[in-house]
Design a binder for this molecule. Structure first.
Ligand code: FMN
Length: 167
């Protein structure tokens, strides 16, 4: 039977949505039937064999819809394979603890789920979309702006997912 996978994403500025689409394309290449959807629009998990949850980090936490999505579908999500990805600027942050904190924020947002795989992808930070205060903060913390999405790393992660999900 064909695996049916939902890639449910949250996004504010679109970069996580594009990563979710790339994950979906890779899963399709591997033979899955894939739906990529903004998690706020998902009304049911009926018929899906697995779910990939993805969302951006904002101010140290995963974007709120991720937590709401997990709470809403917790009963079904605990019964199926789940994978999760976070998107953030943490991989470009010179502070060595940034990546660990980002992974911890992802874990907290999806608890009590135990994903078959979870990962942090570098995102996209457009200075034009950032407030003056945030820009000042970024300058002081030496956080660069730009599009840091690594499409090869994203495809490589997605490529291994169906096997990990055993579907
Ligand atoms: C106000 C603001 C706060 C952010 N906070 C974090 C953060 O705490 N950790 C992190 O890794 N990235 C942080 N980022 C970077 C975003 O996660 C990154 O730009 C991501 O690609 C945004 O995804 P989206 O385009 O799907 O909304 C922040 C960006 C902005 C503009």
């Amino acid at each position: 039977m064909t695996a049916r996978v939902l890639v449910a994403y949250a996004t504010r500025n679109g970069s996580t949505a594009e990563i979710a689409q790339a994950v979906g394309r890779e899963l399709e290449k591997n033979g899955a039937e894939v739906t990529v959807a903004d998690m706020k629009t998902v009304g049911s998990l009926e018929g899906y064999s697995a779910v990939v949850i993805g969302g951006p980090l904002y101010m140290g936490s995963m974007d709120k819809p991720v937590r709401l999505f997990v709470a809403k579908f917790l009963a079904q999500l605990t019964e199926m394979p789940v994978a999760a990805f976070a998107v953030g600027i943490a991989p470009q942050d010179p502070k060595p603890e940034a990546v660990g904190s980002a992974m911890e924020a992802l874990r907290k947002a999806i608890v009590p789920l135990s994903p078959v795989s979870s990962v942090l992808f570098a995102g996209k930070l457009d200075p034009a979309k950032v407030s003056f205060l945030m820009r000042r903060f970024m300058e002081m913390a030496k956080i660069p702006s730009g599009d840091f999405r690594n499409w090869d790393a994203i495809a490589a992660w997605a490529d291994g997912l169906l096997e990990k999900m055993q579907i």
